[in-house]
Design a protein. Structure first.
Lengths: 358, 552
């Protein structure tokens, strides 16, 4: 145990559902970790276990060597930004931000000063007397952040902090939030179901699924070396194709895929499936389209989606499987027969998994 | 001790308190009805079953309640539709006036009807004079009179409930129906009506239960017409205690059966759709003729509905003994009001009712708030039971509770949880408290359910303990619900007659009983003045409840 914040083997069961299944995580002081997962994956429960709103059936939460598992939320000194902000509607902005400081006994001039400083941090200086209802969504989010930060908590918890904002506002707010937390150096755990948010805010990202940790790593690691098919599919765009592994030599695998035979270079660090049936996960940018030729998968273009400098093509093999690749917008037209080969720089974009898990 | 243990202990304590105050008295009544001087016996049950008058009373209670529901609906539903859907001159003011029967406590309403339609009432005399009759054109007595008062005072439930439901209707649903080719009638029947079922069902249930427990109207106007509430009081005054207990049981059973049946016909909770959209715009009546016709109709209706209030006010200015044979009072003074305030004997009931109602309201709010917090917010074990116990007195007619409480607290047996409170100043606040629990807790529980639970969690994460969270977050946000619950409870207790008539002492006599005795002494001016005071206090309290409530 060396981290500043340790989640040690946390288990939480609701009736018969195992919401959090033996989750262990370790955060360095000042680190930002994003918990990423689909809805129902247990990420919010994990956050609530940390905050103390739920208590785990087993396992421990340790902050700075201090076991807080049975400590009431009131005494944990964890700041939290709620999904819908939970700003007190009957208090003004200043009173909201002062709330936690008053709990800690801060009064008078010092209180005013610290409220003003917290609001300044989120670029809302002078907003003390505004009513919460008069603020825009982005401003409310920043007040919630200021309120959580004002008492200088040991740990900051963010529950889907940007999900209630307009897409246009979201990116800017995300950047500002990240810069602020970096500057303060506060250890932060955030929960999100959006990969962009997790990748942008988290130094590391932990992927949860059905209460279990699937993989913890930097965004590059998750994208370039997913631990399993679920992580590979959940993070970034990808398609899967059934393959047969014919022969292995080192990191190179010779596979039969929809009437073609390819040799693919797989990333190091994970065991390759044994020869036999397997599933191949491919990123769209790791394939290339050309005229039909021997050795290439022959497929027909069934859809084309324009996304600016390039286009996403949906292709269909003769046996009816669809998959995606990218190309220049004019690379092919709908209905055209094409051949597909691994890209020239396909490393990190093609992964083989034993076909046992969906 | 952790917070959750403390919450669980509070819940346990409240559970005991409610079992003692709500369940125990009713169980005791049941036992006493089955227990003669020589031990267990069904003698009184048999006696009850053999007497035709008992069956008459039970049947009377049932049919008058059903008829009240039908009449109140027939009045309230069209009014709700009219004011929710149409806009015409004065619609806003009239929409409020139509709800005004609610500010008349039952006995005061009865009093006003007596002054209007009684043998020497204004309307009766006017009709007599116009038709040149030698006697009053009708007698305000029997089932018809009771029904008239019920319909007048209870259509408000249908009006308010259904109007609110119509206002929360999502107009996009109607537009969707229209775009799918549904005509007016079809979209009313298939879209509007189903969304109104919960409101109509709720109003019907409330009207039925209120009529079943109604005491003032049958007591004053009943004449030979028997209902169970008045029968119980008569039997008890006769000294037939055990028989009174059996009668009490029969009325309770009738109430519970009705509750079960009417709950069954309740549509399930209204679908969540339709909460977000905007209400359909009111139809602005543009045709000049129709516009004038509607306005004239509405204004004369309002006049009719306000007649009782105005009559009360008028009579309250008439000094005793000055008005004998003239069609309208010859003299008007403020003397009755001066008497009310200056004569210590006359002022006492006002002071009594004020403190009794205040004490009962504070107690009810405290109990309901504590129970609501442990049940809704802390989700303790047994929270559901706690909530049902809070609502239980609603299913039991007021007379029944009065009898039950009188029976329970007239014996000194501390080990059995029974103390002599009858005859002390404590019995009335206690009875009002129990009667007030359902309305108060309904408002407070709904308020608590409407609060975002993450506000509590936010306060906790900011280091605020339970007390600070309660004081700084929960209570301020709950203020509208607290005020609504408290104002309803206060108004009910302040005008109470049913419970009081069974339990009052001379020193704690409330206004309602003073009205009755003034009436018996033919001191109609003073009785009316008391009525006006009750009416005004009720209006002010309601207005404050609504005003403050919506401002928060």
């Amino acid at each position: 145990m060396t981290g500043f914040l340790e989640l040690d083997n946390l288990v939480k069961r609701f009736d018969s559902v195992l919401a959090v299944d033996a989750v262990s995580l370790s955060l360095e002081r000042g680190e930002m970790l994003a918990l990423l997962g689909p809805s129902g994956s247990g990420k919010t429960t994990t956050l609530r276990l940390l905050a103390g709103f739920e208590s785990p059936d087993s396992g421990r939460v340790i902050v700075d060597g201090d076991d807080v598992t049975r400590v009431e939320p009131v005494a944990r000194r964890f700041g939290m930004v709620f999904q819908h902000y939970a700003l007190f509607p009957h208090l003004d902005v200043g009173q909201n931000v002062a709330f936690g400081l008053e709990s800690a006994g801060v009064r008078g001039e010092e209180l005013r000063g610290r409220v003003a400083r917290a609001l300044q941090l989120v670029d809302l200086a002078g907003f003390e007397r505004r009513r919460v209802g008069q603020l825009s969504g982005g401003q409310q989010q920043r007040v919630a952040l200021a309120r959580a930060l004002a008492p200088e908590p040991r740990v900051l918890l963010l529950d889907e902090p940007l999900s209630n904002l307009d897409p246009t506002l979201r990116e800017r707010t995300r950047r500002e939030t990240r810069d602020l937390i970096r500057r303060l150096g506060i250890t932060t755990l955030l929960v999100t179901h959006e990969q962009d948010e997790a990748f942008d805010l988290g130094d590391r990202v932990a992927v949860l699924r059905r209460g279990r940790l699937e993989q913890v790593g930097t965004p590059d690691e998750l994208y370039g070396a997913p631990a399993n098919l679920f992580v590979g599919g959940f993070v970034g765009r990808s398609s899967t194709l059934d393959v047969t592994v014919l022969e292995l030599s080192g990191r190179l695998a010779r596979i039969a895929v929809h009437g073609a035979e390819w040799t693919v270079d797989t990333p190091p660090g994970r065991a390759l499936p044994l020869p036999g049936d397997a599933v191949m996960l491919v990123r769209p940018e790791s394939l290339r389209m050309l005229a039909p030729e021997p050795g290439a998968i022959s497929a027909v273009v069934v859809a084309r989606r324009f996304v600016g400098p390039h286009a996403l093509f949906t292709l269909k093999t003769e046996s009816g499987r669809t998959f995606e690749t990218v190309g220049l917008p004019d690379a092919a037209h709908i209905g055209e027969m094409v051949g597909v080969l691994p890209g020239r720089r396909a490393e990190g974009g093609i992964h083989l998994f034993q076909g046992d898990r969906p | 001790m952790t917070g959750s243990t403390r919450a669980q202990l509070t819940a346990g304590g409240l559970l005991l308190l409610l079992v003692w105050l709500v369940v125990y008295p009713i169980v005791l009544v049941l036992l006493q009805g089955l227990h003669g001087p020589e031990g267990w016996s069904l003698r009184f049950v048999r006696l009850f079953l053999e007497r035709p008058t008992e069956w008459q009373a039970l049947w009377g209670s049932l049919w008058i309640s059903l008829a009240s529901v039908v009449l109140a609906a027939a009045l309230g539903l069209p009014l709700a539709w009219l004011f929710a859907r149409y806009d015409f001159p004065g619609a806003r003011v009239l929409g409020a006036v139509v709800a005004l029967p609610a500010v008349l406590p039952p006995l005061v309403g009865v009093l006003a009807f007596l002054f209007l339609y009684g043998e020497t009432g204004f309307v009766s005399l006017a009709v007599q004079w116009m038709l040149g009759l030698s006697d009053a054109p009708w007698r305000l007595e029997g089932a018809g009179a009771v029904l008239l008062v019920h319909a007048y005072s209870m259509y408000v439930y249908f009006y308010l409930f259904v109007r609110a439901a119509l206002a929360s209707l999502d107009s996009s649903l109607l537009e969707a129906a229209a775009s799918l080719g549904a005509g007016r009638w079809r979209s009313f029947r298939r879209i509007v009506l189903p969304q109104l079922y919960p409101a109509i069902g709720g109003a019907a249930l409330l009207t039925f239960m209120t009529s079943l427990g109604s005491f003032s109207a049958p007591y004053i106007f009943g004449g030979g017409f028997r209902v169970m509430t008045t029968q119980i009081v008569a039997t008890r005054l006769n000294g037939d205690n055990e028989l009174a207990m059996v009668e009490t049981i029969s009325l309770t059973l009738l109430a519970l059966a009705a509750l079960a049946v009417l709950r069954g016909t309740h549509a399930p909770d209204a679908p969540a759709a339709g909460r977000k959209g905007t209400a359909p715009a009111r139809v602005v009546v543009t045709n000049r003729g129709v516009r004038l016709g509607l306005a004239a109709l509405a204004w004369s209706l309002a006049g009719l509905l306000l007649l009782p209030h105005l009559t009360l006010l008028l009579v309250s200015f008439v000094p005793a003994g000055t008005w004998t044979i003239e069609p309208t009072p010859p003299v008007y003074t403020l003397r009755n009001y001066v008497t009310l305030l200056q004569d210590p004997v006359r002022a006492r009931p006002l002071a009594n009712s004020l403190w009794l109602a205040t004490a009962a309201t504070l107690a009810a709010v405290t109990v309901a708030l504590a129970a609501g917090i442990v049940s809704v917010r802390r989700r303790v074990w047994g929270g559901r039971v706690l909530e049902s116990l809070l609502g239980l007195p609603w299913a039991v007619p007021g007379t029944v509770f009065a009898i039950a409480i009188a029976a329970t607290f007239s014996v000194d047996a501390p080990w059995a949880g029974r103390f002599i409170l009858v005859g002390t100043i404590w019995i009335l606040p206690l009875a009002y408290l129990v009667r007030n629990l359902p309305i108060t807790s309904r408002a407070i529980l709904a308020g608590l359910r409407g609060l975002d639970p993450s506000l509590d969690e936010a306060a906790a994460s900011l280091g605020a303990g339970h007390w600070r969270t309660l004081r700084r977050v929960t209570l301020p946000l709950l203020r509208p619900a607290l005020l609504a619950g408290a104002s309803l409870a206060f108004v009910t207790a302040f005008g109470d007659f049913v419970t009081s008539i069974m339990l009052y002492t001379y020193d704690t006599r409330p206004v309602s009983l003073e009205i009755l005795s003034s009436l018996r002494q033919s001191d109609v001016g003073v009785a009316a003045a008391y009525g006006v005071v009750l009416m005004l206090v009720s209006s002010v309290v309601f207005a404050v409840g609504a005003e403050r409530g919506s401002a928060g």
